[in-house]
Design a protein around this ligand. Structure first.
Ligand SMILES: [Zn+2]
Ligand SMILES: [Zn+2]
Length: 968
C-alpha cells in the first residue's frame, strides 16, 4: 500500500481514494453512528481474524458482507455499532514463533522458557495489524478498528474465565481419559472441529497379520489343528506393538481355511478377498470369544507388573467389528482408537502405551525405539518408515501374511500438517450431549443464508456433535482456570481475576499461563493448590466473543442482557463447524439461547482454474492490485453478485471484475457525464408526464423494491443483481431515447433533467451499501442544498414514496422493446442501415400497448409511422425516393460532424465544405445545401463534379460523395 504505486492506479481507484479521504475528513462513519436512529440498536458481532498475515480474498468477501448489511440497516434507521476484533491466541502464532526460533520440538519451548516464548507471541501476533488498518477501510468497510478488542487482553480473558466457570458450575465440564486425536508435533490434543478440517488423501500400507492360536482349553471344542492363525487387517502397522486383543463380531460367521500346512481364520464373507474357499469348519463369532493367541511382540506380554495382563491377547466380541473390509477381525490397540478404548473399558483389558506423546516409539520397544510413527513428510518412504520397519519385523518372525497399498482419507494437523495420531490421553471436555436437545431447539430460530445450511451442514454437524475437548497442552492461550490441591485433589475454579487475587493474596494483572501458573492457593486441607497445566482450545476464545468484547458481566451487563443475541453475523462456510458452532454452544450453555438471529455464509474464493489460491503458484491476482486497477466497488459488486453468496465456490476472474466496471460504473459514469453537460438547477421534484420519465421512475421503484426484499431476507445476490439491469435500462434505453429532449429548451428538458436527477439520487442510495464509493460520488453530483452531507447519512429510498410503481408501465415498455428488437432484426436482414428512415412499422393488433409508446418505438426504429395491424411485427422495407434523400442527408450530416471532430474544429468555426460528386449528387446537394449549412455550421459548400476515377479521391457508385473541410 505504498504511495509510490500511485502511478499504477486507475482513475476509478484514485476517485475512490478521494472519497475515502472525504469520509475521513468529515468523520462520516462516526456521524452515521451518532445520527438519530428511530429503529433502535441493530447488533452485529464481528468474528476476529488473525493478524499474522495479510487479508486474503476469504477475509475480503466476509468483510464486504459485514459492511453491506450494517450500512443498509443504518440507512433503515438503526444504530449499528461495529467494533473490530483481533484473534490473538493459539497455534497459528505459536507455530510462527517456533519457526523463527528454529524449534522442531515442543520441549525446546520449555527449555527456552514459556514466559519468554509467550511474550514473543504477544509482540508478534499483531505484526500485520497496520496493513489491515489500511486495507480494510480501502475496500470500503466502515468499522471501528481504533477500539478493536483483542482476545489476549485481560478484560477479554477474564470474560473467558467467567464463561468457563458458568459451564463448570452447571456441571458441563469434566475430565476423562479416552482416545483422542493428537498432533505429535504440536504435542496437543485437538477437537472434533479441528480434526474435521484436516482430512487429506494419503497413501498408506495395509497389512494382514497372522496371530497364532494357542491350542488349549476351550479352543479344543472348536476342532482346530496346529498352525492355525487368526488373520487381522490394519492400516496402522505402527500400532501392532500395542496390540492386546483381537475382536470379532459375535453375529458374523467365521471359517477355518486350509492352505498348505497352515489354517487361517477369517470372516466367511471376506474369504474370497484372500483367495480362500471351502472352509473346513465355520462358527459364529460368539464361539471364538476367549481364544488365546501368541503375542506378536514380547515387550509387554511378559511384563508381570502389567495390570490385567491375564485378560490380554485373547479374542473378544464387539458389535463395532464388521465384515466390510479386511478379514472381519479387528486388531485392538486400546491406546490408539476410540473403539479400541471402549473395548478395553468394557473388558478390563491391559493397557499398553508404546508411543510417546511426541509420536516416537518408547525405549522398551527395542526394535523401533525412538522412531517417529508418522512423521510429517511428502516422501511416502519417510512417512511410512516405521510401518515398513514393523512389516519387516513381522516377515522375520513368520507373522506376516500379506500387504497392500491403499489410498484413504487421513486427518492432519490443521496448523502444521503433521499426520494426527489417535492416542488415549487425559483431556477436559465440555459436555455437548447434556445440552444438545436445547442446542437443537435454539437453532430452529436462526435464519441462514443460504437456507440449506440450516438443516444441512450446520444442522447435521450439531446433531452429530460429540463432547468438546477443550484442553490443549500448549502455551499462548487463555488458560483453564482450574486449581487442584496437590494433597487432597480438591478442585477450585476461578471465574475472575479478583477471585484469584482474594484466594492467593497476590495481584493478578495478566491471565496468561506463564503468569498465573506461578500463583498458588492455600487448600482447606492445609496443602497447596496449583493450576492444572492445560490451556483452552482457542475456539473457546472465539465462542466467548459476545462476552469478551464487552468484558461481560464485569462491565456492560445491562446493555448486553438487553440486546442479546446478535441480529447479524457473517463468515465463510468453514466457520459452520467452528465459530458459528461455538458461539451457539456457549450461548446455549450459559443462557439457553441462540447467539445470533441471522447469518450469511459465504463460499470459498478459488483461483480462476478452480484450484485453491496458492501463494506459491501465484495463480491469482493480489487483492489490492485488483482494487488499484478496478476499484473496490467493482470487486465488491463482483463478489456480491457471485455464487459465493450462495455458499458455493467461486473461481475468481479478473475479467469478471473488469466487466463489472464496464457494465456498471463505466456506463453510469457516462450517464452522469451527460447529465452534468446539460444540467441546470432543475430540482428533482418536477412531475413529468412523459412516458419515458414515468417509466424510468417506475423502474427505480422496482429496483428499490427488489433490492429491499433481498436485503431484508439477507440474500445479497438477490439484493444486488438487479442494479446492473437498472443501469442498463437507464443508459441504453432511457438516456438514449431521451437524448434529444435534453438538448431542447422547453418544459420537456426540465422534465427530463428533473427525472434523471431524481433517479440518480435514488440510485445512489440503493447503491450505497454495495458500492459505497461510487454511490457517494453520484450522490454528491446530484445533491440538493437540504440533502444529507453524505449518502451514508441518507435514508434508504422507499419504493413508491414519491412516484407510484406502475408495473403496467414497466411491462408495456418491456413489450415495446421486444417490438424494437424484432424491427431492428428485420432491418438487419434487409440490409438497411438504421439511419435510413422507413415509412412504417406494424405491430400486432392484439397488443395493448398504449399509443404514448409509439413515438418511442418509431424513433428508435427510425420509421415515420407505427400502426397496429395483423398479428405480428412487420417492417415496411420499401425505400421511396423521398426516404432515400432523407437518409442521404443524414449520412452527409454525420460525415461532416465526423470531419469537424477529426479536424478538431470548435463550435464557432465555420469551415467550407468541398464535395466531389456525380451529376446526380450535385443536384441533391444543391437541394439540401441550406439545411446542411445550418445543421453543421458551414460558411459555404463547393461542389466539384467529375466522372468516376481510379485512385485516391475516387468515389464509388454506392458512396457518391467525397467530402473535405477547410477553413478560409
Ligand atoms: Zn501440529
Ligand atoms: Zn487439599
Amino acid at each position: 500500500m505504498a504511495d509510490d504505486s500511485n502511478a499504477k492506479k486507475s482513475d476509478v481507484a484514485k476517485r475512490e481514494e478521494t472519497i475515502l479521504a472525504f469520509w475521513n475528513e468529515r468523520d462520516i462513519f462516526n456521524k452515521s453512528l451518532e445520527k438519530g436512529s428511530t429503529q433502535g440498536e441493530y447488533v452485529f458481532y464481528d468474528g476476529p481474524p488473525f493478524a499474522t498475515g495479510l487479508p486474503h480474498y476469504g477475509h475480503i468477501v466476509a468483510s464486504v458482507i459485514k459492511d453491506v448489511i450494517p450500512r443498509y440497516k443504518t440507512m433503515r434507521g438503526y444504530h449499528v455499532p461495529r467494533v473490530w476484533g483481533w484473534d490473538c491466541h493459539g497455534l497459528p502464532i505459536e507455530n510462527i514463533v517456533e519457526k523463527e526460533l528454529g524449534f522442531l520440538h515442543k520441549k525446546q519451548i520449555k527449555e527456552y522458557g514459556i514466559a519468554k516464548f509467550n511474550e514473543r507471541c504477544r509482540e508478534e501476533v499483531l505484526r500485520f495489524a497496520a496493513d489491515w488498518e489500511k486495507i480494510i477501510p480501502r475496500i470500503g468497510r466502515f468499522v471501528d478498528m481504533g477500539h478493536a478488542y483483542r482476545t489476549m487482553d485481560k478484560p477479554y480473558m477474564e470474560s473467558v474465565w467467567w464463561v468457563f466457570k458458568e459451564l463448570f458450575d452447571k456441571g458441563l465440564v469434566y475430565e476423562d481419559y479416552r482416545s483422542m486425536h493428537i498432533c505429535p508435533r504440536c504435542e496437543t490434543t485437538l477437537s472434533q472441529t479441528e480434526v474435521s478440517e484436516g482430512y487429506k488423501e494419503v497413501k498408506d500400507i495395509a497389512v494382514t497379520v497372522k496371530f497364532k492360536v494357542i491350542l488349549e482349553g476351550q479352543t479344543l471344542g472348536l476342532n482346530l489343528t496346529p498352525n492355525t492363525y487368526i488373520l487381522a487387517w490394519t492400516t496402522t502397522p505402527w500400532t501392532l506393538p500395542g496390540n492386546v486383543a483381537l475382536a470379532v463380531n459375535p453375529d458374523v460367521e467365521y471359517g477355518a481355511y486350509e492352505q498348505g500346512d497352515e489354517t487361517f481364520i477369517v470372516a466367511v464373507e471376506r474369504a474370497p478377498a484372500y483367495g480362500f474357499a471351502n472352509p473346513r469348519v465355520t462358527w459364529p463369532g460368539s464361539q471364538l470369544r476367549g481364544v488365546k493367541y501368541e503375542p506378536l511382540f514380547d515387550y509387554y506380554a511378559n511384563d508381570e507388573t502389567l495390570k490385567n495382563r491375564e485378560r490380554g491377547w485373547k479374542v473378544y466380541g464387539a458389535g463395532f467389528v464388521t465384515a466390510e473390509s479386511g478379514t472381519g477381525i479387528a486388531h485392538e490397540a486400546p491406546a490408539f482408537g476410540a473403539e479400541d478404548w471402549m473395548l478395553l473399558q468394557a473388558n478390563d483389558l491391559p493397557f499398553v502405551q508404546h508411543v510417546n506423546f511426541d509420536g516416537t516409539m518408547k525405549p522398551e520397544v527395542t526394535a523401533f525405539a525412538g522412531m517417529e510413527v508418522k512423521p510429517k513428510s511428502d516422501d511416502d518412504k519417510v512417512r511410512l518408515g516405521t510401518d515398513i520397519a514393523v512389516l519387516k519385523y513381522l516377515q522375520d518372525h513368520g507373522t506376516f501374511f500379506s500387504k497392500e497399498n491403499i489410498t484413504h482419507s487421513y486427518p492432519h494437523c490443521w496448523r502444521c500438517d503433521t499426520p494426527l495420531l489417535n492416542y488415549a490421553t487425559s483431556s477436559w471436555f465440555v459436555s455437548i450431549t447434556k445440552i444438545k436437545e436445547n442446542l437443537l431447539e435454539n437453532a430452529k430460530a436462526i435464519n441462514w443464508s443460504p437456507e440449506h445450511i440450516k438443516e444441512g451442514r450446520f444442522g447435521k454437524w450439531l446433531e452429530g456433535a460429540r463432547d468438546w475437548s477443550v484442553s490443549r497442552q500448549r502455551f499462548w492461550a487463555s488458560v483453564i482456570p482450574i486449581w487442584v490441591c496437590e494433597a487432597c485433589k480438591k478442585q477450585r475454579v476461578f471465574g475472575s481475576a479478583s477471585e484469584l487475587e482474594e484466594a492467593s493474596g497476590k495481584s493478578v494483572d495478566d491471565l496468561h499461563k506463564h503468569i498465573v501458573d506461578e500463583i498458588t492457593v492455600a487448600c482447606s486441607c492445609g496443602s497447596t493448590m496449583k493450576r492444572i497445566p492445560d490451556v483452552l482450545d482457542t475456539w473457546f476464545d472465539s465462542g466467548s466473543m459476545p462476552y469478551g468484547e464487552r468484558h461481560y458481566p464485569f462491565e456492560n451487563k445491562e446493555h448486553l442482557d438487553a440486546v442479546f443475541p446478535a441480529q447479524f453475523i457473517a463468515e465463510g462456510l468453514d466457520q459452520t463447524r467452528a465459530w458459528f458452532y461455538y458461539l451457539h454452544v456457549l450461548s446455549g450453555a450459559i443462557f439457553q439461547k441462540n447467539a445470533f438471529q441471522n447469518v450469511i455464509v459465504n463460499g470459498i474464493v478459488l483461483a480462476e482454474d478452480g484450484k485453491k489460491m496458492s501463494k506459491k503458484l501465484k495463480n491469482y491476482p493480489d487483492p489490492m492490485e485488483v482494487v488499484d486497477k478496478y476499484g473496490a466497488d467493482a470487486l465488491r459488486l463482483y463478489l456480491l453478485t457471485s455464487p459465493v453468496m450462495q455458499a458455493e465456490n467461486l473461481g475468481f476472474s479478473e475479467r469478471g471484475v473488469d466487466e463489472v466496471v464496464k457494465k456498471n460504473i463505466g456506463r453510469l459514469h457516462n450517464v452522469l457525464a451527460f447529465y452534468e453537460l446539460y444540467k441546470n438547477d432543475t430540482p428533482r421534484d418536477w412531475k413529468s408526464i412523459h412516458v419515458l420519465d414515468r417509466w424510468i421512475l417506475s423502474r427505480i421503484d422496482q429496483l428499490v423494491d427488489e433490492s429491499t426484499k433481498g436485503f431484508e431476507s439477507y440474500q445479497l445476490d438477490v439484493a444486488t443483481r438487479p442494479i446492473a439491469g437498472f443501469i442498463d435500462d437507464l443508459s441504453v434505453w432511457y438516456l438514449r431515447r431521451s437524448r434529444d429532449r435534453f438538448k431542447t429548451d422547453d418544459e420537456d428538458k426540465k422534465a427530463a433533467l428533473s427525472t434523471l436527477r431524481y433517479v440518480l439520487h435514488a440510485l445512489s442510495r440503493v447503491m450505497a451499501p454495495t458500492m459505497p464509493f461510487y454511490a457517494e460520488y453520484l450522490f454528491q453530483a446530484v445533491r440538493e442544498e437540504e440533502d444529507e452531507e453524505s449518502v451514508h447519512l441518507a435514508s434508504w429510498p422507499t419504493a413508491g414514496a414519491e412516484t407510484r410503481l406502475e408495473m403496467a408501465l414497466v411491462n408495456a415498455m418491456a413489450e415495446a422493446r421486444r417490438f424494437v428488437t424484432v424491427a431492428l432484426e428485420a432491418r438487419d436482414k434487409a440490409g438497411i442501415k438504421v439511419r435510413q428512415p422507413l415509412a412504417k412499422l406494424f405491430i400486432p393488433e392484439s397488443s395493448s400497448l398504449p399509443e404514448e409508446f409509439f413515438p418511442v418505438i418509431a424513433e428508435e426504429v427510425n420509421v415515420k409511422v407505427l400502426e397496429k395491424k395483423g398479428d405480428e411485427v412487420v417492417l415496411d422495407t420499401n425505400i421511396t425516393d423521398e426516404l432515400r434523400a432523407e437518409g442521404m442527408l443524414r449520412d452527409i450530416v454525420r460525415l461532416i460532424q465526423g470531419l469537424r471532430k477529426r479536424e478538431q474544429l470548435v463550435t464557432a468555426d465555420q469551415p467550407v465544405l468541398l464535395v466531389r460528386t456525380t451529376k446526380e449528387g450535385e443536384s441533391f446537394i444543391q437541394s439540401v445545401s441550406d439545411k446542411i449549412k445550418k445543421i453543421t455550421n458551414l460558411s459555404n459548400i463547393e461542389i466539384v463534379v467529375g466522372e468516376q476515377e481510379a485512385g485516391p479521391g475516387s468515389y464509388a457508385a454506392d458512396e457518391p460523395f467525397k467530402l473535405e473541410l477547410y477553413l478560409k
